[in-house]
Design a protein around this ligand. Structure first.
Ligand SMILES: Cc1ncc(COP(=O)(O)O)c(C=O)c1O
Length: 386
């Protein structure tokens, strides 16, 4: 078995920076560059023949690889550009009409998800927003159509009690749409065992697959009978017959749209391969060790930890509220320590399996030194970006 730390050399940015922002943009494996080169080579030499030699089916074949990581059976996961598109396709399967037109979502969902559902209020949906800290399960009833929730909250890294929400949704016939962006690749996830109707995520973060890829899992029994209305020619049973009328493809393929984002798919699999090679169980073990150390270091430095302390509720990120964290973040960046912050939450630090304990000690020491000396004050007024 590969020692996670031996894999550091495969992520060039780790030699240049203290890279603790894997909850935002996971470090790029060097292999991704090689695969992008293969993409260009294939385009150059094979031209249009490349479609028949793997390009056309990449949303399904790459989706199957994500499926292995998140517990989805082959043929149930397809690739898209991002989560907003994946959730819009889910939404397009349903009529927003009483008696089942409620969308119950948690306030702490990521903006792509919140905005999409908010925008349905004028199209017949009744939107129920569950404030942070309140029970999503308790807000679900027979009027509920969709329950878009996050497995791990993006601001605090808190793991949600998805099982309880799924049980309640199943009792009343509502569909859970699980956003697993902040868990896939770092926290164990089994969409089949959970029984969710849909799950979505993307490559940018813990899967280290870069931008341009979102994934959509559809529970196989639903994929057979739902009919998305946000659709394109890849969703047709016989796309190359160019038939005038829509006839849905079998299974998850009907949840595709138009021409796939081929270069992004090439880049992504390098990250997925490493995640599969190390394995989620070992990644989780290491992540818990690193985040526990971060909490210990923050406590010692007197910083307020906003993320859960209980390991079973803690995802891969530790958020700390530090005085002037916006400006502290800017100063850290100038010192080669890469992390981020979210307004009203604090500094987010997201070590992946390849980070070391020494990097965390160095980062927290630097934060303490910055706060003590006021080195950050020259950056006051800094705002969140990326
Ligand atoms: C929980 C979560 N969902 C979704 C996204 C991204 O959504 P999209 O793929 O629409 O950009 C992010 C972060 O960028 C996230 O943290």
């Amino acid at each position: 078995m590969t020692d996670p730390l031996e894999l550091r050399a495969r992520f060039p940015i780790l030699a240049e920076t203290t890279y603790l922002i894997n909850h935002s943009l996971g470090a790029m494996p060097a292999e991704a560059e090689t695969r992008l080169g293969e993409y260009a080579q294939t385009w150059k030499t094979r031209g249009v023949r490349a479609w028949g030699e793997g390009w056309w089916t990449m949303p399904m074949t790459v989706g199957d690889q994500v499926g292995r990581i998140v517990g989805a059976p082959p043929g149930s996961t397809v690739m898209h550009q991002n989560v907003a598109i994946a959730e819009a396709i889910v939404l397009s399967c349903f009529r927003l009409e009483p008696p089942r037109n409620r969308i119950v979502y948690e306030e702490a969902n990521f903006p792509s998800v919140r905005y999409l559902y908010q925008a349905q209020a004028d199209r017949g949906a009744e939107i129920v927003v569950v404030p942070e800290g309140e029970s999503v399960a308790a807000a679900i009833d027979e009027r509920t159509l969709l329950v878009p929730i996050s497995h791990v909250l993006f601001r605090t890294g808190e793991i949600q009690d998805v099982e309880a929400i799924c049980r309640r949704a199943e009792e009343v016939g509502a569909h859970v749409v699980l956003d697993a962006y902040q868990s896939a690749g770092v926290v164990p996830l089994d969409v089949t065992a959970l029984g969710v109707s849909f799950a979505v995520g993307g490559s940018v973060k813990w899967l280290c697959g870069g931008p341009g890829n979102g994934w959509l899992y559809v529970r196989p029994d639903l994929a057979e009978r739902l009919e998305p209305t946000f659709v394109g020619w890849q969703a047709h049973a016989r796309p190359f017959a160019f038939e005038p009328e829509l006839e849905y493809a079998e299974g998850a393929a009907r949840f595709l749209t138009g021409t796939p984002n081929v270069p992004a798919l090439y880049a992504a699999t390098a990250g997925y391969d490493v995640i599969e090679e190390v394995g989620i169980a070992r990644i989780r073990e290491r992540s818990l060790r690193l985040t526990a150390l971060l909490i210990e270091l923050a406590d010692r430095a007197g910083f307020e930890v906003v993320s859960p302390r209980e390991p079973e509720r803690r995802g891969g990120t530790v958020t700390m509220r530090i005085p002037g964290f916006q400006a502290v973040h800017r100063e850290l960046g100038e010192r080669g320590i890469v992390c981020d912050f979210r307004p009203e939450s604090g500094l987010r630090i997201g070590p992946h399996f390849f980070n070391t304990e020494d990097e965390l000690r160095f980062a927290v020491e630097q934060i303490a030194e910055i706060v003590e000396t006021g080195a950050h004050e020259r950056h006051s007024g800094a705002v969140a970006r990326f």
